[in-house]
Each structure stands twice: as C-alpha cells, then as structure tokens.
Design a protein around this ligand. Structure first.
Ligand SMILES: [Zn+2]
Length: 330
C-alpha cells in the first residue's frame, strides 16, 4: 500500500491513496490554493534522523533535483531532522506527503513525507520507486491528484461500490480514507492554476478497468507528463531554463498547455515570475481554459446521467453543466 498525505495538514486528515499493487474535470495539473512556495525560495530538506540508507537517500536526492530543475526553487539539503521538509523511509506507513507550504505547519518532530518500499541496497530506482518519489515530490510542490479534480467526471467515472471494495480489500483502507484520497472531488475555489485535464500526470493513480464505468483503466504513469512539467514552469518561472532542460521556456510551457491568442503573448512577455504565475492563474480561470473542458465528454448516456448525479453534489452550476452535456448527447 502506498498512501500519500497530500491535501491537509494533520496526518489523520491528510491521507490519500497511491496504490502500489496498483502502485501510488479536461483540466488539470492542479494546485491546491494557497500552498505554492514563494518564487526563488530555498527549501530546506532533510531526512529524519537515522532514517534511510545512503542508497535510499541518493535516489530521493537525484529524483528531487531532476524535478526542481523545472522550477525557480532551490533545494538545500540540511542536517537530519532540520529541514522544512522532512523525509522518512518508514515501511510501517504508506507513502505520503504534505502538500506545498503546509509542510511548514507540521511539528518539527514529525516527518512531512514518508516513502515506503524504497529498496535500501541499490542506487538504481525501480519504476515503482520512480513513481512513488516523483508523485510525492509533486505534492511537495503543491500539486493535488488529477483524479480528484472535478473535470475528471468528464473523462471517466468510478464504479463506486467496486472502488470501495477493491481498496478496502487490497489496501485495507477505511471508507473515509477512500473518500479523502480517491473519490472526493475538490470543491470550487480550492484549486488554482490548473491545466487541461491530464490523464498522463504523475499525480493520477493507475486504476484497473473494472473500477471505471467505461471499463478502460487509467495508465500507469511513472514519469512527469509534459503537462506536469509545463505547470511547474508556469508557476515557478525562471528567467532562463536550467541548462539541462533548456527547451522548457515559459513560451514552450504555454504551448504545451495550449494557451493561445492574447494570453500567450501576455504570459511570455512577463518579466517576473510573479506575473507569469498571476497571468497563468487568470488564464486557467478564463473562458478559454474552460473551453478545454467541454471539448471531450463522457462516451455514453449512462455516464452522462452519472455526471448529472455527481454534479448535484456540486451545486447548481455543476447541474447546469451536466444538463448541457446531456443535451449534447441526445
Ligand atoms: Zn498522492
């Protein structure tokens, strides 16, 4: 089992699931509102005292460094237990991480991230280890799960009873954990700076087909997707890309996301990362971004009905959107 503390501060309320046997709304690499790190911040990271072999630590350091290249943040590895971010390798807990700057609120004697099942005796990470470490690192950078964003309803719907049974049986998760980490959707206003829905995001779990109403499972993502990288670049913009990822300019990231017309020009003309982030945030809330979410809908009437049912939970606006969708299918 591989769980991820992601969206909340306290451990009791922060669990989210990242299945290992399964291993760890057209928009999103999504970010939780208010948890982005400041630009050019130096993030002090440490391991918990005595936690992890040198091999485990090397794997984490290398993968984190690869991801941070897409940001303007600096990683500073400090003495055990001293970091703002504190990593443990405790196989007694599932893999999990606190989201973004919420790490700063966790008591110093607690880890903010746990990485389970990282092999202690070699420096070469398996696909599963790559997936786990990258997924948790993205939570550290304020990303939430792709499958918990409302736009997911336009792409696939869960077989709720099967999801409940599967995760209870396979991972021993409680009903509350399943809701918190898999099936609950983020309410309006709790996400910002999102991208078009991205089924290849490292932040999305791999779901077997029998858990999905259309029978098509989700891919097993072990790498950051292009959209994951683009959202990092646009939220933590650098004046010039890191030489090792030199193609990842703000303009390229905007193209990967599909930002067009006046928005693209405004974003690439911005000279400060604050402005890039602000303009990207404004774009993601704009009608142009919303247009992405209507490009592709559920593939059948049954799913459309389910969308309507689900949308009731999210208020009148969601219901109206589902009604439009139904009309388009009839
Ligand atoms: Zn997660």
């Amino acid at each position: 089992m591989c769980l991820t503390h992601a969206h909340f501060i306290t451990r009791d309320h922060a669990l989210e699931a990242l299945a290992t046997s399964i291993p760890s709304w057209l928009l999103l690499g999504a970010l939780q509102t208010g948890t982005l790190w400041d630009h050019h911040e130096q993030i002090e990271i440490s391991f918990m005292s005595g936690s992890g072999t040198r091999h485990q630590r090397r794997k984490v350091k290398r993968i984190f460094q690869e991801i941070f290249r897409f940001t303007n943040l600096t990683l500073l590895w400090v003495n055990d237990g001293d970091g703002h971010v504190r990593i443990a390798f405790d196989d007694g807990f599932a893999s999990q991480s606190t989201v973004g700057t919420k790490c700063l609120w966790v008591p110093k004697n607690h880890w903010t991230m746990n990485l389970q099942s990282i092999r202690p005796n070699d420096d070469c990470p398996s696909h599963m280890e790559e997936q786990t470490i990258k997924h948790e690192c993205m939570h550290l950078l304020a990303f939430v799960h792709e499958h918990q964003v409302p736009e997911r309803l336009k792409h696939y719907l869960f077989n709720q009873s099967k999801v409940d049974k599967y995760y209870k049986r396979q991972l021993g998760m409680s009903e509350e954990d399943i809701k918190t980490n898999i099936t609950n959707l983020w309410p309006p206003g709790k996400l910002e700076n999102h991208s078009p829905f991205d089924p290849k995001s490292i932040t999305q779990y791999q779901f077997p087909g029998h858990l999905i109403q259309n029978g098509r499972g989700t891919p097993r993502n072990t790498e950051l997707s292009p959209t994951d990288k683009a959202v990092l670049v646009l939220n933590y913009a650098r004046l010039a890309p890191d030489p090792l990822v030199s193609g990842w300019t703000v303009a390229y990231a905007a193209d990967v996301i599909g930002i067009k017309n006046g928005w693209r020009e405004k974003i690439i003309a911005a000279t400060h990362p604050h402005d890039v982030r602000r303009l990207y945030s404004e774009w993601s809330a704009s009608p142009q971004a919303s247009a992405f979410s209507t490009r592709k809908g559920p593939r059948g009437l049954g799913e459309a009905v389910q969308v309507a049912v689900n949308c009731i939970l999210f208020g009148t606006l969601g219901l109206l959107a589902a009604f439009k969708l139904l009309r388009s299918l009839l």
